[in-house]
Design a protein around this ligand. Structure first.
Ligand SMILES: [Zn+2]
Length: 242
């Protein structure tokens, strides 16, 4: 199945925090969008990998994904090396996305920055014909996404562009709340974490509001791009009205 947009991120829930709104905006326009999670987030302080898988699938429904796949790489210990690159290259060639959305190149959690570079490198390598991969017993054709954009997640970076997600902000929050083991108040004896208090949830909303304010819309998600971004016309650009 060919996707228009594929979001690839290291932990299930990174996509919800960073680019769920963008995926939903485009899914509503009829584009095919999907997610590849690199790990099961098995080092997360709370919950279990099984629970996170259920949460990830619930969020996938809310986001309108065509597919959500988990590559089962090692949370915390994955490297930007051949085994990890080949797994991601195989996924890219399977879904042939035009645009890949990936973790930030630098973030509070060191996994995010490492994954950002790993995903960008894999997108490049996926386009080399002499890198050979197989799927379902068949050799895969080379495929390089046209663009790789890195979503802002925890740390603030000056974005190269932002996408208006005002129409889907509530659904983005619903998708995040699907990960109730991570983001809602602790149950039983589980500890409070960096992401489980209301302060963290508020910060997600403030970030979207701040990015939206920069371009005169209510909520937005921000991206950086290693390449210069070219546009074909001015028709879809947002202009501040006041
Ligand atoms: Zn993460």
């Amino acid at each position: 199945m060919k996707l228009d947009i594929l979001a690839i991120a290291v932990h299930p829930d990174d996509v919800e925090l960073g680019c769920a709104g963008t995926l939903m905006v485009h899914a509503r326009q009829g584009m095919k969008v999907g997610v590849v999670d690199l790990t099961r987030g098995e080092l997360g302080t709370r919950g279990t990998p099984e629970l996170r898988e259920q949460e990830a699938q619930a969020a996938a429904k809310i986001m309108g994904l065509e597919v959500r796949e988990n590559l089962g790489l090692a949370d915390g210990f994955f490297r930007n090396d051949t085994m990890e690159q080949m797994a991601i290259i195989t996924a890219i060639r399977k879904y042939r996305p035009d645009i890949v959305l990936a973790n930030a190149m630098d973030d509070r959690h060191p996994d995010h920055g490492r994954a950002g570079k790993l995903i960008a490198d894999s997108c490049f390598l996926a386009g080399l014909r002499k890198v050979e991969t197989m799927a379902d017993g068949q050799p895969q054709e080379a495929w390089r996404p046209k663009q790789v954009f890195h979503f802002l997640q925890d740390r603030y970076h000056e974005p190269d562009f932002v996408i208006d997600i005002s129409a889907v902000m509530e659904q983005k929050l619903d998708a995040i709340k699907s990960f109730s083991s991570q983001f809602l108040a602790p149950k039983d004896h589980e500890p409070q974490t960096y992401i489980s208090g209301t302060g963290f949830f508020d910060s997600v909303i403030y970030r979207a509001k701040m990015l939206g304010k920069m371009v005169g819309v209510e909520y937005a998600e921000g991206y950086t791009s290693a390449k210069m971004i070219g546009i074909r016309n001015f028709a879809d650009m947002i202009s501040e009205t006041t």
